[in-house]
Design a protein around this ligand. Structure first.
Ligand code: NAD
Length: 337
């Protein structure tokens, strides 16, 4: 085989240091719902560790943060195994990286991967809802992608989550994935209430949604104005599957699930750029916070062809907007207290 040269000590040390910083941030973000660094800062650590691993591939071990999704799940909830692995998304931070994503896909399938479905990257938390014979039987967080927290009683309190799916084409078993979020207004109100009660506020809407959903007492969840938008499926059994992402959304919507009305299907990468540009200037139009745009290959057959890496699909990419404020989000709150 190919021999891999061992990384020099300095690179190894920096790698270990970054891995520790990232694991600690993961724990605070995913398990405690209380991050202490900004997403932008976290993303720079991730970039640095990726670059190190590209230069020194022996540092890319299976337990590296670059090879994993999320964080270890908490012990407060019962663990649930997902019927199908829940993935993360690879990021593109600029136009070159977006073009690189498209070029790789094109090379892999030796054809144009388009059309694309563009949609907003909602800054919430991922959930999986399992419906058996149209009935909601389970709700879980993403966790590490294989095992999540069982939050069934909590998701049942969301008015956007139907208890029963209605339609002739509802599969016998279907795992619906989506994003649970707190609208910005709801987040502000909740933080005011928390501070009035002398309790610590949440750092941002994403963490307030995660903290509200992952409550031991579902009655607390019920009082929080949480919303849901669905954006994918996992396991699907016993009905003709959709042929495109957009057909999937039409069907999910027809069964009573909340689908975004801001997605757009486009043919070319230039039109993808237009969509990204538009929302860069209209970031606060939606009632929820967004941190970017998700671009998905629309045809399911092409998605299958492209498949996934160890942590993310090759048929989708998250274009992340530059941060509007770096640590001010956290600082604001501290000052606000
Ligand atoms: P991610 O948030 O970059 O992207 C993957 C997720 O996007 C999916 O799991 C899905 O839930 C969500 N998503 C939102 N809208 C979507 C849509 N329309 N279609 C598909 N998916 C959609 O990746 P991640 O692995 O969840 O988290 C990594 C990110 O979380 C980091 O880049 C950082 O911003 C943040 N983070 C921050 C800290 C911190 O301490 N500040 C720690 C850990 C993670």
């Amino acid at each position: 085989g190919v021999s891999v040269e061992a990384a020099p000590a300095a690179a190894r040390e920096r790698h270990a240091e970054l891995a520790e910083l990232i694991e600690d941030a993961n724990w605070r973000y995913y398990v405690l719902d209380s991050p202490t660094v900004s997403d932008a800062e976290y993303d720079t650590w991730m970039r640095e560790i990726r670059v190190l691993e590209e230069e020194h591939p022996d540092l890319r071990t299976p337990d590296s943060p670059t090879q994993k999704v999320g964080a270890p799940i908490s012990t407060e909830f019962a663990p649930v195994a997902h019927l199908q692995r829940m993935e993360s998304l690879d990021n593109a931070f600029d136009d070159e990286e977006l073009a690189g994503w498209e070029a790789r896909a094109r090379r892999l399938i030796e054809a144009d991967p388009g059309p694309y479905l563009c949609e907003l990257k909602i800054d919430g938390l991922a959930v999986a809802l399992v419906y058996e014979k149209g009935r909601l039987i389970r709700g879980a967080t993403r966790g590490d992608g294989r095992t999540g927290d069982d939050i069934t009683p909590n998701v049942r309190t969301l008015r956007d989550v139907p208890d029963r799916l209605v339609g002739d084409d509802v599969p016998d078993l279907v795992e619906v994935r989506g994003e649970v979020f707190l609208p910005v207004e709801g987040f502000k109100r909740l933080n005011e209430q928390l501070m009035d009660a002398g309790r610590p506020p949440f750092a941002n809407p994403r963490n307030s949604a995660a903290g509200s959903l992952r409550q031991k007492d579902p009655r607390v969840t019920a009082q929080r104005p949480l919303r849901l938008i669905v954006h994918g499926v996992g396991k699907w059994e016993g009905a003709e599957p959709p042929k495109s992402q957009s057909e999937m959304y039409e069907r999910l919507a027809s069964w009573g699930l909340p689908v975004s009305d801001r997605f757009r299907i486009v043919e070319t990468l230039d039109e993808v750029r237009e969509y990204i540009g538009y929302y860069n200037g209209h970031r606060h139009d939606p009632e929820y916070e967004i941190d970017g745009v998700v671009v998905k290959v629309n045809r399911i057959a092409v998605q299958r062809q492209l498949g996934s890496t160890s942590r993310a699909p090759r048929w989708a990419v998250a274009f992340k907007y530059p941060p509007e404020e770096v640590t001010t989000k956290l600082l604001d709150i501290q000052v606000g207290v």
